[in-house]
Write a protein that binds this ligand. Sequence first.
Ligand code: FAD
Length: 472
Amino acid sequence: MKNKENILIVGAGLCGSLLALRLGQRGYNVSIYEQRPDLRKVDISAGRSINLAFSDRGIKAMRLVGIQDKVEPLCIPMNGRMLHDRNGDTFLSNYSGRDHEYINSISRGGLNALLLDEAETLDNVSLFFNKKCTQVDFENTTASFYDYTSKTNFIEDADIIIGTDGAGSVLRKSYYLEKKFLFSFSQEYLTHGYKELCILPSKSGDYKTYKNALHIWPRGDFMLIALPNLDASFTVTLFLSHNEGDYNFNNLTTPEIVTEFFNKEFPDALQLMPNLIEDFFENPTSALGTVKCSPWHYKANTLLMGDAAHAIVPFYGQGMNASFEDVVEFDHILDQHEGNWEAVFKAYDDTRKKDTDAIADLAIDNFHEMKAHVANPIFQEKRKLEMAFEKTFPNEYSSKYSLVTFNEEVGYNEAMTRGRAQDKAILNMIADNDISMSLDMTKAELKIILEKVKRETQEILNEDQVAKTMHH
Ligand SMILES: Cc1cc2nc3c(=O)[nH]c(=O)nc-3n(C[C@H](O)[C@H](O)[C@H](O)COP(=O)(O)OP(=O)(O)OC[C@H]3O[C@@H](n4cnc5c(N)ncnc54)[C@H](O)[C@@H]3O)c2cc1C
């Protein structure tokens, strides 16, 4: 056995626990340190997003570690977006024209617990809780910790340290503060923050609204969404400006004004949320932002992964999926360069960064799309056309959403480039009345439109390519 290096992982969240499991399966000696108590033993509210949209890139990672069968019972399929207008009328818009393509709602705690359980079955993986990493010495590959239980500090030595300690990463902070190499870092906050609320089950224990959808109340400058939980409740999230607009987090300060806001904007949701006021004033308002940095590694010693390397806004439902895909990519690169850590880290940095930059940008685009465009007629016509393409010609067309969400073999960067060109082509052609969607269209007529869209898309891609070459 050659793979006996000691790998220390900081942070046993979604990415860290999957990474510990995979590296354990590969034969490494893995120790993973988490600042919070063991979430399987202590009921800690995750502090944010109780459930998440889980899709094909994440599922691929579950296949890699062989636990897809155990994850499935945790999943609630969401076939589309259910849009709610101000009158409470609803409209279901499927995510794809192909029936087998849907996303899932999954519990953060449930999935994290499963990954920890699986990692713990391996003799060569050790889990430590209540131990907060305070600093990483990346020259000497040691990490300092504070133990909340014994109230003492200690230092751990390892061959490799990987930071999967989330958006506020201590390893990233060490890279930044110590200025020992050229480390680029950016953090951009959105004007909007979020607050979690809840739709409880009905008295008879049923879902109070349609279970198999991601509910959206798009209102232009702000929105409400809801995802189902296995216990028949929904986790509801309000995305709203911190301080702009008539209603914002800064001025929603009394029960009266919160009720007024919901009554005006989300009357049907308000009906389902008798607990609104309690939730609103008990739950925190949190910020949303994008973190980009580079490089992710230092020599052959340390590496950042998951949100620690690339935190994104949640509007594409891809942050966790991307963090899981990190582990898949890393595993793939280990196959090629195992034994040479510097080569592994460098190859990982070189191939992965463009894809996580792309999903960061796509997630910002989707923030605007979800708030506003989904309720816009040209956007809706585009969705209908794309749905018809996917349904009628399943092997010939995938929308940007499908490329990002259901095509785990296509990298995020390629999905973004192709998807944006398609969007531009279709939106321009609809606006110019070159194409339009009608329900009684024959297959042959639809095919003609598809060919037009493909030609226009290709032209846009070619122009982009020319522009890029000229830039260089
Ligand atoms: C509101 C919201 C909604 C979201 N919705 C989705 C969605 O629908 N789909 C999706 O794919 N993604 C979603 N995401 C993104 C997703 O939550 C993250 O991408 C994912 O959690 C990243 O996993 P991670 O393990 O890298 O980081 P985290 O989940 O943040 O885990 C980091 C872990 O490290 C621990 N830690 C931190 N600092 C230290 C330290 N100093 N010492 C020891 N341990 C430490 C933390 O306690 C935590 O357990 C959403 C995010 C938010 C905020």
